[in-house]
Design a protein around this ligand. Sequence first.
Ligand code: SF4
Length: 233
Amino acid sequence: MPRHATIETTQHAQQRMVAILDRLDAEYPGQFEGLHFTSPFQLLIATILSAQCTDERVNSITPALFAKYPTPTAFAAASVDELARDIKPTGYYNAKARNIHACCRELLERFGGVVPATREELVTLPGVGRKTANVILSQAFGQQAITVDTHVARLSNRLGFVHTTDPVAIEHTLMAITPEDRWNDIGRLFITHGRKVCTARKPHCDRCVIAALCPSAILPAAGEHSSVRSRRR
Ligand code: SF4
C-alpha cells in the first residue's frame, strides 16, 4: 500500500473518532455512572472489586466497607477471611481479598500509604493491572488515559477501529487515532453508550446517534420492513 494511503486512512480514522466523540458528548453531556469514591485510595479498592462485577454492585457495598476500613492500615490489619466475607457480593471474593490485603501492605511499605500517580508504579501493586491503573490515573488524578473495558472493546470493534479483543492492542490503536486531550472521553462516552444503546446482546442502531459513522450499523432501508446492514463511513 502506498505510504500516503496509510496516512489518509489514519487521518480518516482520527476524523471519524473526533466526530463520534463530539456526537456522544452532545448526547451524554457530563454523564457517567461509574464507581463511587472520595479519594484515589477508595477508587483503587473499588476498581479491584469491580473485576467481573458491575459498578452498581460495587457501589452498593463500598460505603459500609470504607466505613469499616477507612485507610490502607485498616485493610492491612484485617484478616483476609473477614475481608473476603465483607466483599463477598462482588464475586471472586477470596482472590480479591488477598489482592486488596497485599496491595494495602505494599502501599504502606513502599509508598507510605499514598496511591502512586504513575502507571509504572501502580501496576507493581497486587491486583492492579494496566486497566485498573488507567482508571485511577484518569478518574482520580485527572490524567489522560484510555480504559479498555468490555464496553470500550466492543464499541471499538463495532466501530471498525480495531479487529481484536486484546485490550492492550485496542488501547494503543485508540491512542494513535485520538487526540490525547480526549483519551478520557473514550472511557466515559463509550461505556455510557455501550450501556444504553450499543449493548452487548443487541445494539439499538435505530436510535444510535453515531450510526452514520459506524460501519456495523444495522438500519432499516427506506421502503423496506426488514433490517439490512448499512455500511456508512
Ligand atoms: S450503529 Fe449500532 S453497532 Fe454502531 S455504535 Fe451504534 S448501536 Fe453500536
